[in-house]
Design a protein around this ligand. Sequence first.
Ligand SMILES: C[S@@+](CC[C@H](N)C(=O)[O-])C[C@H]1O[C@@H](n2cnc3c(N)ncnc32)[C@H](O)[C@@H]1O
Length: 391
Amino acid sequence: MGSSQSSLQVRLQKKPKMSQQELQRQYQRNLSEQQLADHLSARRALEDSSISRTADLCQIPGINGQAPSIIASTANNESFYHQRPTTIHSTADGSRTRQNFRWIDGRRHHNMEGAPYLLPNDIDEMDRLHLQHYVIRHAFGGNTRAKFDGKVHKDVLDVGCGPGTWILEMSTEHTETNFTGIDISAVWPTEIRPRNCRFQVVDATQGLPFEDNTFDFVYQRFMILGYPAASWPFVIQELVRVTKPGGIIELTEIPVVSNANGPELSRIMEILEAGCIAKGLDTKVAKKLDTLLRDAGLVDVKSCHASIPVGAWGTKVGQLMRENSAGIWASLRGWIKELTNMNDAQYEAMIKRIFVEYEVHRCYVNCYCAWGVKPHPQDSSLEAETSANQH
Ligand SMILES: C[S@@+](CC[C@H](N)C(=O)[O-])C[C@H]1O[C@@H](n2cnc3c(N)ncnc32)[C@H](O)[C@@H]1O
């Protein structure tokens, strides 16, 4: 992560000059100068991108014509992320209380009992999640795949919201909608945030602390390393329970194992996948999201996927995904070293070889998305009646 972190910092130092209009917008939104600069540079990077939205450019199977691109952004609450162990935050209103953390290989992790989540929750990881957010947003052409309508979707839940990149963007855009983000780690901004969003520490595998039929839109992204395989159906049931009839649930995941892997990457992916399975995780849940939604009773279930290059071979998008992957390798270093008995030097050498393989083998990941509608009670009983009559 060292090199990716420094390149991110270099980009951030080059703050774009703000126009009067942009300054005004900043004032209105009550964002800090740094936050606004980050958002602006990310947006400009996307606008300036010479990447066309075509499949052939990236030349990977199943790209869906949705070539992803660019991004730049950063964690916006450094003092918070840099806090040392045993101090931190949480609570229903997002204010700070004490919470213990675990430190693994120099990285800060959650300390939620029973939660298998493997990735850290420190500033480096938050940087990575911001970066990843913008690549994914571009890959899918927006923040949601289901049609989001601020006039209809008044209450929104983001499950496993992390630093809140998605929710902060959505709540800035849809000012008349109330957004709630939940996560096992309180890594969201506590001081500067839109008025229409709030955060709460919740372990989703233990049930959601909301009334039935509370939300119009429930969003969940990248929880593959968060939930034990056995918990997925329960969590989805909980998502359905708190969704209003007629409301939408949207899920997005990337499988643990990437595609077009070279020999080194294949070897380590095998070890990684076995390690995840040993921890009780479902490494293939990404491909089953639509089935999970249907099994939970949703209707009008739709799904899609975008193939996203990893490596400079995939132009700027690929470079950013490689940067993202550098972050993941850095985040998982402690655990992988433990799984493989490697030392630091061996680990770094392996990552270098993997980076070469990204280019030679044209590595890519598939990002899967599925969404569906919670039926109204009368629709469900009608459906049950129809299917009973058919038998
Ligand atoms: C890979 S991050 C994704 C963050 C965000 N959804 C995004 O797409 O940028 C996964 C997040 O899930 C959270 N998480 C893991 N297990 C969880 C659980 N059982 N309940 C709630 N959140 C959890 C982690 O703390 C982390 O912030």
